[in-house]
Design a protein around this ligand. Sequence first.
Ligand code: PMP
Length: 389
Amino acid sequence: MLPESIKQLLAEKQAKDSYRSRIVCRPHDSYVEVDGKHYVNFSGNDYLGLAVDTKLQQRWGEVQLNSGSTGSPLINGYHPSHQALEETICDWLGFESCLLFTSGFTANSSILKNLMTNKQHTIVQDKLNHASLLDGGKEANAKNIRFQHNNIAHLKKRLESVDNYKLIVTEGIFSMDGDHAPIDEVIAAKRQHDAGVMLDDAHGVGVFGKQGEGSLSLSNAKAADIDIFTATFGKAVGTSGAFVCGSQQLIEYLVNHARGYIYSTSFSPVLAEMTRIAIEKLRLEQWRRDKLRDNITYFKNILAELSFEMTGSDSAIQPIVVGDNKSTLLLASEMRKQGFWVTAIRPPTVPAHAGRIRITLTSLHSHQQIKAMLFALKESCERLKICQN
Ligand code: PMP
């Protein structure tokens, strides 16, 4: 029997227009197929088009490896393909050591929970960090406090207010706003206050840098300035799973203490090898990043032309903030009617009254698709009288 309370909790979600349902969809090229219909896809995280790349798909059939890893990594689930992937990542990003996790959520939450075990220590998180970081912080034994989004003065105040060890936790690119953390200033604050830094670059890796090294390439920071670096393969790399990079000592510690690593079956060796191949491809194929960058610039130009409020993001994530849940859902549904697949993002994923259409751009979009989507958005907003613009 399930607890009686869940009925009530689900009813509350319905009443607040925050109920969520899954939809079966199949992305291919710049489209997504839903119920036999094709929509232009402005909703996924496949920023470089690698998840739907037909040449890469062919390679899946050719990889001669076991389909399953047969165990957790400390039993017999750590295969040569996992080791090769970790080595590729160290070579790519310049860190001393690397460890794979089955997902970014597990990586972030286990790292914080199992590393920050001392009640005298403090985790200092950006307010808009991803749920996996916020949950990991809450579950950790250390104190968990937050600073105002990207507000370095507030971060410093927070750091001054605590003695003993503190770990600053932030993101390269914020998942719902698409803006950057001011990494150089974060590193300066870390140095000034003898703190550690954890950076989740889920949305920066692959997208920025000459070989897709991520958000650090936009700053003066080096890998050695970041104590804990995490990212997922589920965005620009186009597969799934995740990794953490840092010193040899950090990785040895996690191998011995991170329960989400120790007690979970390693992902498939085929997936490890395909992820390694995808990383090698994205390092070499700068044209994918150039195309994405060109699409971001084009998107922002049309946004300005249509007098939309500018988003403050120069990443692949471009939010159009609507406000209340009902209007956000209505706008998404209207866009779908016009052939554009966009997602209504509502609280608790974003702050209260900050519901939004989270548009994601990829290297697969054409200018024509972007222009048509923004004109449809503008027309829908005006007709429905729901946008802030
Ligand atoms: N961190 C950030 C910033 C994310 O956006 C996400 C994905 N939503 C994750 C971590 C979790 O990664 P994964 O999807 O691999 O669990």
